[in-house]
Write a protein that binds this ligand. Structure first.
Ligand code: ARG
Ligand code: GLU
Length: 724
């Protein structure tokens, strides 16, 4: 009935598949799943069997008394939890990192020294930071999809859906007095609305120095065993009537009865745990073809480009504290993905995931061929295969553009000049032109605050060979021309490119001061703008039209593929992560990734101290921590002569779950989630309970650091701490 694209049928026919795969399960694994809170009633029996001791209504309900009111979206991509009736918030150190960079300077170097407010008045306002509560969620699929034929094209469908979504959101806002946002789930087969409340006056309360909060740095990132006190604390402030307000001295700490009780009584291996938070993106139901794009192009290209970039940055950052302060937050983000994708590739290969996907698809196809009720399912895989294979080269090119070309800050920043050029082209003149250009250059202040042209030039010299050598036909002519003009010498080429007016803010300001429309020539002659334009124009002409059509078509096919997977599997599935509130559950559990030795489920302070290395930034334990350790000054937080530090469990988490509350069977806080183990990061496309683990800071270590290291014991008084 259906043609399976060539390479697959060969694998299947020759039986190679059978040898490659072990027992690939067709259904979900026991504890896999990021569940929508309003749907967990259907999982209550399973959760109770696994150990849950409270009614699921305590975790989530519609009338304001559920613990969902204590879990917040922190900033734009992390989770936080409320741990006191006065709006005290706990999240990760790395989630507060960017904000703290904005508050830091050489004089107030909070990365080196930490920050601890000793009373409310000392808490530091964090401009731009927001915290969003989810008051409730409702399934609005009927309202959004009713009457829409499944097979309607994406464009036709989208325009109707967009209108319905807007109208419904507006209605909810008026009726509830809250914000409301509707998102698609299950690739557009369901729609849910989140009723939210966003607070805008958020203040920094506590931030350990990097020697605790980022201990182990990139070396230990995504790894277990782990010894990072990856937490920081903020406070939500409210205006009149306890409602969100812009920053004001008059604002008061946000008052709430919904906060997490802290359980400092510990846990043991096998104990039930839950993680409540905002996982960002997963792709658990994709086809083998999309997986192949990740495996063959996307991850490897990103890794290669970032390896070069990080080498260049690190060298400069180590030599110069100013460069360190400018680049530390950017670097953490770039390095984080770089290492994650390496783990993902490793996990995919260790697990034979591509082969398992193929096996799954063979079964799916068998079902589709047999079942007459779902004729649209028959050709889905074949169609997805044909489309995906046809865009391989463009997927590759686009990844090079994004990582190796726009990865050079100067080239990416030339978008600023391009905007100016567009204004000139549409006829802006005189004062109108000058005003607008000055606004645009003023807007670039944020960029220059964290920019060092010398560092970036090293990145250019490192990335251009990667781009020119590997992307052949995708390299625009202007690159080849400039390179040839400079004698095919990357250093000389860089010297030329970095004469651009974009390298310093003062040059740009000067340009803006008396700009006239004839100055378009200066932009056209700017070497960095030329490189920006070369790639941007080529992308727009040769790449994006095809890729956009491809993604559009794949959205359509994936929607139907998801729908038929749901029909075929006939069990309760969870929707892929989309940065909305989810609950996942599992057990505290050690790991054995490489052999019989295995790793315990827990680490402690003694091990952290043993890793101390004054020579290496990432492993330098702060003096005060060494003292606390040598005098065993652990206060209430001493367990077996040390302090428990971090632990792992097999909860299904993803990026965005950073800072999430990790709860015991009673819904009490035992830790703060901050990472996954390396081999398990492929759980974003394939969860394997044998290898996937989330990593959390033990709340007792958090309390120990606050009280004994930070000397901020006053904060503990507003928390509710129980011991069992
Ligand atoms: N891997 C964690 C996450 O994905 C923590 C990253 C922050 N730490 C670091 N060393 N860059 O966000
Ligand atoms: N560190 C991640 C974050 O920032 C969480 C770890 C993960 O990806 O699971 O969300």
């Amino acid at each position: 009935m259906t043609s399976i694209p060539a390479f697959r049928s060969i694998l299947i026919k020759t039986g190679i598949l059978v040898g490659l795969v072990g027992s690939a399960s067709f259904g979900t694994q026991a504890k896999e799943g990021m569940w929508l809170p309003p749907t967990i009633k259907a999982r209550e029996a399973d959760m109770k069997a696994a150990g849950l001791q409270i009614p699921v209504e305590r975790l989530y309900n519609d009338n304001g008394t559920g613990l969902n009111n204590a879990v917040v979206l922190f900033g734009r991509g992390c989770t936080g939890e409320i741990i006191s009736p006065k709006g005290l918030l706990l999240t990760n150190h790395h989630c507060g990192y960017g904000t703290v960079q904005g508050l830091s300077s050489k004089e107030h170097d909070y990365f080196a020294n930490g920050f601890w407010a000793m009373n409310n008045a000392q808490e530091l306002p964090c401009p731009g930071l927001t915290v969003t509560f989810i008051r409730r969620m409702e399934n609005v699929t009927e309202n959004i999809l009713s009457g829409l034929d499944d097979t309607l094209s994406e464009a036709g469908r989208d325009s109707i859906i967009t209108v319905r979504v807007k109208n419904l959101e507006r209605g909810y806002k008026v009726n509830t007095g809250y914000d409301a946002s509707i998102k698609p789930y299950f690739n557009g087969n369901q729609y849910w609305i989140s009723i939210t409340e966003t607070f805008r006056d958020i203040r920094l309360v506590g931030f350990p120095p990097n020697g605790i909060g980022q201990f182990g740095g990139d070396t230990d990132n995504w790894m277990w065993p782990r010894h990072t006190g990856d937490f920081s604390m903020f406070r939500v402030y409210a205006g009149k009537n306890n409602k969100p307000a812009d920053f004001s001295k008059e604002n008061k700490p946000y008052q709430t009865q919904q906060f997490f009780t802290i359980n400092a009584g510990g846990y043991k291996e096998g104990d039930f745990t839950m993680v409540y938070g905002f996982p960002g993106t997963t792709m658990e139901y994709i086809s083998s073809y999309q997986l192949d794009h990740i495996n063959t192009y996307i991850d490897p290209i990103r890794i290669a480009a970032r390896t070069k970039k990080l080498e260049a940055w690190t060298k400069r950052m180590q030599a110069d504290r100013d460069v360190f302060l400018k680049y530390t937050s950017k670097r953490a983000g770039v390095a984080n993905g770089w290492k994650k994708w390496q783990g993902e590739l490793r996990g995919l290969s260790l697990n034979n995931v591509p082969a398992k996907k193929l096996e799954y698809e063979t079964k799916f196809q068998g079902w589709a061929n047999k079942d007459e009720k779902y004729p649209y399912a028959d050709d889905l895989l074949a169609l997805m295969g044909a489309r995906s294979l046809a865009v391989n080269d463009l997927i590759k090119a686009d990844e090079y553009y994004k990582e190796a070309v726009y990865g050079v800050e100067l080239i990416q920043h030339a978008a600023t000049l391009d905007r100016v050029l567009q204004l000139m082209r549409v006829g802006y003149r005189g004062a109108g032109l000058q005003d607008t250009v000055q606004k645009i250059t003023k807007g670039a202040e944020g960029f220059y605050k964290n920019y060092d042209a010398g560092t970036d030039k090293d990145v250019f010299v490192a990335l251009m060979p990667l781009f020119l050598d590997n992307c052949n036909s995708c390299v625009p002519a202007v690159y080849k021309r400039q390179f040839a003009e400079k004698g095919k010498d990357y250093g000389r080429w860089a010297n030329y490119v970095y004469t651009s007016m974009l390298t310093e803010q003062s040059k740009l300001t000067q340009f803006a001061a008396n700009v006239i429309s004839a100055d378009s020539v200066r932009i056209l002659n700017d070497p960095a703008w030329q490189l920006y334009d070369g790639v941007t124009a080529k992308r727009k002409k040769d790449v994006m039209p095809v890729l956009t059509a491809y993604y559009d078509r794949m959205n359509y096919l994936n929607r139907l593929y998801m729908k038929s997977q749901m029909q075929q599997r006939g069990e309760m599935l969870y929707p892929d992560a989309n940065l909305t509130l989810r609950l996942t559950y599992g057990k505290v559990k050690g790991i054995d990734p490489d052999g019989p030795a295995g790793y315990s489920y827990q680490t402690n302070l003694d091990e952290a101290i043993a890793k101390n290395n004054p020579e290496v930034d990432e492993f330098r334990v702060p003096e005060k921590m060494k003292q606390l350790h040598s005098t065993k000054d652990y206060g209430k937080w001493k367990v077996n002569g040390t302090v428990p530090l971090a632990f792992i469990a097999d909860n299904h988490t993803s990026g965005g779950n950073s800072g999430s509350p990790v709860l015991n069977a009673k819904g009490e806080l035992i830790g703060t989630n901050f990472d996954r183990i390396w081999e398990g990061t492929m759980s974003d496309v394939y969860f394997d309970p044998r290898l996937s683990r989330n990593i959390s800071v033990d709340v007792r270590y958090t309390l120990f650091v606050i009280e004994k290291f930070g000397g901020a014991g006053w904060l503990l008084k507003e928390m509710k701490i129980v011991q069992k």
